[in-house]
Design a protein around this ligand. Structure first.
Ligand SMILES: [Ca+2]
Ligand SMILES: [Ca+2]
Ligand SMILES: [Ca+2]
Length: 182
């Protein structure tokens, strides 16, 4: 079961992943997202950080296909996404930990360009830009996530926010704001 809030978050995430906007998520979209992220941070696919992102997204994609591509056409429709994300990743936390968390971690570590464990507002903008989040929504997201107003958010906080974004049904969860208002 998903709540209305979870459905809205899943719809938003689908929009991020459907990079070419053709109404389906397929391998081309996932590769394009990886390229955008790497280009945004000036990383090469051959660097350790870049490779982690590519590998993380690829594992996520393969898991998506095996878990939620019900009609086997190697692309994920909005219907497959909604139904499948709920059963495969929200209700099955082990699969979330195995396939989505590593991708999220790799992407967030990419945004921590100096490797000090915190992501600054600027870096957060670059990260969100790759997902197509509008600038004013990025600012709203960062302000919500930076709970102590220090101007930075830790990598751990962002990973926790990503998990909350995808799985939490709590309307007060800070992670709901990962990609701006939902
Ligand atoms: Ca697409
Ligand atoms: Ca399909
Ligand atoms: Ca940093």
């Amino acid at each position: 079961m998903t709540t209305e809030l979870q459905s809205r978050k899943l719809d938003k995430a689908f929009g991020h992943l459907d990079i070419d906007g053709n109404g389906h998520v397929d391998h081309v979209d996932v590769v394009a997202l990886g390229s955008r992220l790497l280009a945004g941070f000036g990383e090469e696919p051959t660097n350790a950080k870049g490779q982690d992102v590519i590998n993380g997204l690829e594992t996520f994609w393969q898991t998506l296909l095996s878990a939620i591509d019900l009609d086997g056409d190697r692309r994920v429709s909005p219907h497959e996404w909604r139904a499948g994300m709920t059963s495969a990743f929200i209700e099955d936390r082990a699969r979330f930990e195995a396939a989505l968390r590593p991708a999220a971690e790799a992407v967030i570590r990419l945004a921590d360009t100096d490797g000090d464990g915190v992501v600054a507002r600027e870096e957060f903008h670059t990260l969100q830009h790759a997902f197509g989040t509008p600038a004013h929504e990025i600012d709203q997201a960062f302000t919500r996530l930076d709970t102590d107003g220090s101007g930075t958010v830790t990598v751990d906080e962002l990973v926790a926010a990503a998990r909350e974004f995808y799985t939490s049904d709590d309307p007060h969860s800070g992670g709901n704001w990962l990609f701006g208002p939902v």
